[in-house]
Ligand binder design. Structure first.
Ligand SMILES: C[S@@+](CC[C@H](N)C(=O)[O-])C[C@H]1O[C@@H](n2cnc3c(N)ncnc32)[C@H](O)[C@@H]1O
Length: 361
């Protein structure tokens, strides 16, 4: 008995217990982050700060008692800074870039809007663990999609037409002079809107299997002033693409596809001579150990996102359920099986969180 007890590292157990308390705290902070985002509290702090709780309550039109408790939690958790003499709270500019500046390259805080649906779907997910199947995409509502849209949009605004497409052999010139491009799995349409804005002579389309996304994309295009220059349709890319293109783009889509083989073959058939497929994926590996040792610590995010959404929605559609951690090796295998003859990886230093592939042949 004595030997068994001494084999247990109590410090390690205590350290892990503290870590789990920290993780639960992060979950609790998540609700406060969500409410803060919904009520634009981060924007208010960024624009009007430093603010006392009373001032935030007045500026944001919220209850003062809640303002103080929210700010206190945010200060303890390090989202905002507190001045004990002045009793004021500040959102540092570096944190505002993450939480409230919608065009900033680090604007990732909007992902919090995806969290309520993950929790709301926990019963369906538990059932899928027992019986197979998954959580259908229809279980993810407008707040989820708009949260994801706000997360993916800044990379399109900052990079798509001035860094990514110019890196593809000959494509930028084709689009400038009236070529054609389709964004497959366009979601709420932000990438296609950037394409239509930067390449007014090109034919720009977006397709998505999810009708609510296409409705949002159409409205977003009108709001951006390019409603007449981009066409959005509900369409399953695995059934074949409508038309032929100089460029097909898939942003964070290939690993989500229920039928990736048929879809990649359909994309290949739709390419004009000299055309290319451009793929963005999360910078994850096809190999579990490499994801455990991931230099940016993204492995847990990848598998958790996979179970909560990417693998799960594909399994719900009777798909293969590739999962978020597709990685370079498995993507190259998929592309080769679909008949493509060349996959070139591009690395963009301003986008360390993503993998980029130019696919041809
Ligand atoms: C993670 S979202 C990415 C959305 C968008 N590209 C972005 O980066 O914001 C993946 C999208 O792929 C779409 N999708 C999945 N399978 C599809 C298919 N077979 N045909 C068309 N769209 C599909 C989903 O409906 C979803 O909108």
């Amino acid at each position: 008995m004595a030997t068994e007890t001494s084999a247990i590292d109590m410090q390690k157990a205590q350290g892990f217990a503290l870590r789990i308390v920290g993780e639960i705290t992060s979950n609790l902070i998540g609700t406060l982050h969500l409410v803060g985002d919904r009520l634009r509290l981060f924007e208010t702090l960024a624009q009007r700060g430093p603010l006392t709780a009373e001032q935030l309550a007045a500026e944001a039109n919220i209850n003062e008692r809640y303002a103080l408790e929210w700010l206190s939690a945010m200060a303890c958790h390090g989202y905002v800074e507190y001045d004990d003499d002045a009793k004021t709270f500040t959102l540092p500019i570096e944190h505002a870039m993450v939480l409230s500046e919608k065009d900033s390259p680090f604007y990732v805080g909007a992902l919090i809007r995806t969290q309520p649906d993950f929790w709301a779907n926990a019963d369906i997910l538990t059932d899928a663990f027992r019986n197979g199947g998954g959580v259908p995409q229809s279980q993810f509502g407008g707040e989820w999609r708009c949260g994801f849209e706000r997360f993916s949009r800044p990379a399109f605004v900052n990079n798509l037409t001035n860094h990514w497409i110019p890196a593809l052999d000959g494509i930028h010139d084709r689009l400038l002079h009236g070529g054609s491009v389709i964004d497959v799995g366009c979601g709420n349409g932000q990438a296609a809107i950037q394409l239509a804005t930067a390449y007014p002579a090109a034919q720009v389309r977006g397709i998505d299997i999810f009708p609510a996304a296409i409705e949002s994309a159409r409205q977003n295009a009108i709001d951006a002033g390019v409603g007449d220059r981009v066409r959005f349709d509900v369409h399953d890319a695995a059934e074949g693409l409508p038309g032929s293109y100089d460029l097909v783009t898939c942003f964070d889509v290939v690993h989500d596809l229920p039928r990736p083989g048929s879809t990649l073959r359909a994309i290949r058939r739709s390419l004009n001579p000299g055309g290319a497929l451009f793929v963005l994926e999360f910078n994850l590996s096809s190999d579990l150990q490499e994801n455990i040792d991931h230099p940016l610590g993204m492995g847990a995010f990848g598998y958790a996102a996979s179970v909560n959404y990417c693998m799960t929605t594909a399994l719900a559609a009777d798909g293969v359920g590739t999962g978020t951690c597709l990685g370079e090796r498995r993507f190259r295998e998929m592309a080769e099986q679909a008949g493509f003859t060349s996959v070139t990886r591009h690395d963009f230093p301003t986008n360390p969180f993503n993998l980029f592939f130019e696919v041809r042949g």
